[in-house]
Design a protein around this ligand. Structure first.
Ligand code: KIV
Length: 300
């Protein structure tokens, strides 16, 4: 059964915590979905993780849709949320509606995420009125990096904390189905969570949130050496990939790969030999609807 926005709200009522992760490609999305991640965010963090930009500001709607479609193709159960990039919903409500609609129509997302409050409150209301579920996002919202003067923890003073809490309630009132809280003190994360009826999803917002989200590269240890304090590395895939690639280079250079078990034969016994279990390349082999591509040599 696919996860819906209503399920997440039921989790909140039941006090059931849940995990969200980012994904930007078919292969990763499929692994996360099969592992049971209920919510997959195609974050505009792909600007950094996939495209090598210094921040999220340069990411375009087209880039987001390209990755959202790939994730959609890999997901059977999780709720897929598409992140609306900087300036795709800021100029006008019409822009917000048109671009948010594309995430559902062209990208196959189930919902969109918008950063900030102010005019975003009204946009949230208009989008939800039109059947586009909105995940809100407050605190250290990366699209405001220039306004914040860097990636700095938000909501530290009483006044700033109260503003974030007021904004959270306004976004809930406008119809947001969940709220990401990023880079705020843990006490504030807990306080806001306690007054909200929709689930809060924390990233650097402490254990008091209803759910947690991490960027997949960070939690798998694929990012660089330095990661923010809120990141826990659950694996060291960077190390593992480096080791595996090193071994591959060595085996190729030494003439040890491919071995006989990776090579095709000739003659009658090999006449009906298929390329492999599925299709020619690994990623295609994982495709849900992929039909095995058999390369059969004619017997002579
Ligand atoms: O872009 C992103 O990945 C995000 C999450 C970190 C919440 O907004």
């Amino acid at each position: 059964m696919s996860v819906t926005v209503k399920d997440l709200q039921a989790y909140k009522r039941e006090g059931r915590r849940f995990a969200m992760l980012t994904a930007y490609d078919f292969t990763t999305a499929r692994i996360l979905d099969e592992a049971g991640v209920p919510v997959i965010l195609v974050g505009d963090s792909l600007g950094m993780t996939m495209l090598g930009y210094p921040d999220t500001l340069a990411v375009t709607v087209e880039e987001m849709l390209h990755h959202t479609r790939a994730v959609r193709r890999g997901v059977a159960n999780a709720l897929v949320v598409g992140d609306m990039p900087f300036m795709s919903y800021h100029a006008s409500i019409e822009d917000a509606i048109r671009n948010a609609g594309r995430f559902l129509k062209d990208g196959g997302a189930n919902a969109v995420k918008l950063e900030g409050a102010g005019r975003v409150v009204e946009m949230t209301q208009r989008l939800t009125d039109m059947g586009i579920p909105v995940m809100a996002h407050l605190g250290l919202t990366p699209q405001f990096v220039n306004q914040f003067g860097g990636f700095k923890v938000q909501g530290k003073s009483d006044e700033a904390a109260e503003r974030i809490e007021r904004d959270a309630l306004a976004l809930q009132e406008a119809g947001a189905f969940s709220l990401v809280l990023e880079g705020i003190p843990a006490d504030l994360g807990r306080r806001i969570t306690s007054v909200m009826q929709i689930p809060t999803i924390g990233i650097g917002a402490g254990i008091g949130c209803d759910a947690q989200v991490l960027v997949i590269q960070d939690m798998l240890g694929l990012s660089g050496e330095k990661v923010p304090k809120f990141v826990k590395r659950f694996a060291d895939l960077r190390g593992e990939i480096t080791r595996a690639v090193g071994e591959y280079i060595e085996e190729v250079e030494a003439g040890n790969f491919p071995g006989p078990e990776h090579s095709y034969g000739m003659g009658a016994a090999a006449a009906t030999e298929a390329v492999g279990e599925g299709a020619i390349y690994g990623a295609a082999r994982m495709a849900p609807a992929a039909k095995p591509v058999k390369v059969v040599r004619a017997a002579r």
